[in-house]
Design a protein. Structure first.
Length: 339
């Protein structure tokens, strides 16, 4: 039985996520208490649980939570904040490298009011539970490609939730993208979203098709969530001067590149990390990016809305994690700590 002073939370213990009771605490200056009602399970969350995401030396010591983003309702505010946010639906994120990291997979979370994104009255948290990781990464990909002079880009795992957002957003801003998938059914899904250039990596002609198409449209940026041999395979087929921007490690393997490609074809491997951009960007840049996402979500989420596959309670975490992998192309698996 939970009391007001204790509530359920996912805590990583001996390298595994467990659900246990944690202690509540008084609010600090500038903080609010949020009832967490929706949080997606992203690949970065699974990577964090497996120990393949984040810098170990920068993680908080002691009790370590899990979950990077979500949405809920403000139930209490410190007197320094006022009461305007109380009762409002808000979206939020929590950085695992912050010394105050709690992890959002918990019934309640304490966060500074200044970092929250409030939504109009009546907004369901399940409609705005994924404002940060996928939508902002999509914007960053397009901006990064333009910043470094790439005329077009290639994207791996293109039928993921992020990949579908990218397909819709790239069409809106008229930026060419080659979408890489693994099955014909995924080709059909992306075609329905209006994607023009789609390649199935399981076909015998994939390498030559990628080489020819990337040269034709000038696709010299590859945004890669997989790493490992597939990243190398793609990058070697792209035109001279191409860069692979690795933003995930789904394969669990390192990326290698031959000296020939590095020296004579001037190809390179770099990174795309949302947290780095957020720290280095100006308040105006952050506000503009978040404003574009929020505006779309308020208007119905045509581009940045996340399709919800299934919602689980914290007690069903193991099943939820499994489903988030097995049914990734069907939508997001969401945790609702209030169930």
């Amino acid at each position: 039985m939970e009391s007001e002073d204790k509530f359920s939370a996912v805590i990583i213990k001996d390298g595994k996520p467990t659900v246990q009771e944690v202690d509540g605490r008084p609010l600090k200056e500038g903080e609010v208490k949020i009832r967490v009602e929706a949080s997606p399970i992203n690949p970065s969350d699974r990577g964090f649980l497996s120990g393949s995401y984040g810098i170990k030396e920068l993680l908080p010591t002691g009790e370590l939570g899990a979950g990077f983003e979500g949405a809920g309702v403000v139930v209490e505010a410190h007197e320094s904040v006022g009461t305007d946010l109380v009762g409002k639906t808000v979206a939020f994120s929590d950085n695992c490298h912050s010394p105050t990291f709690q992890g959002v997979w918990r019934k309640y979370i304490y966060l500074p009011a200044a970092i929250l994104i409030p939504f109009p009255e009546g907004t369901e948290p399940s409609k705005v539970f994924a404002v940060f990781v996928n939508p902002l990464t999509v914007l960053l990909m397009i901006n990064q490609a333009k910043k470094f002079g790439h005329k077009a880009l290639v994207h791996g795992a293109a039928c993921s939730t992020l990949g579908k957002m990218l397909a819709k957003y790239a069409k809106k801003v008229d930026f060419p993208v080659i979408h890489l998938v693994r099955r014909q059914e995924q080709v059909d899904i992306l075609k329905e979203l209006g994607a023009e250039h789609i390649l199935d990596s399981s076909t015998e002609t994939f390498d030559s098709d990628l080489q020819n198409l990337s040269k034709e449209i000038g696709a010299t940026a590859y945004f890669d969530p997989i790493a490992g041999d597939f990243c190398t395979q793609v990058l070697t087929k792209l035109p001279a001067g191409s860069t692979a921007y690795v933003y995930g490690g789904l394969s669990g393997k390192p990326v290698t590149l031959s000296p020939i490609d590095i020296i004579f074809y001037q190809k390179s491997i770099s990174f795309l990390y949302l947290s780095v951009w957020y720290k280095q960007s100006t308040k105006e840049e952050q506000k503009e990016a978040i404003g574009e996402v929020v505006g779309d979500l308020i208007g119905g989420g045509e581009i940045f809305g996340s399709q919800l596959y299934k919602t689980y309670s914290l007690s069903d975490l193991e099943t939820a994690l499994s489903d988030s992998v097995e049914h990734a192309t069907k939508g997001k698996v969401c945790l609702n700590p209030q169930l």
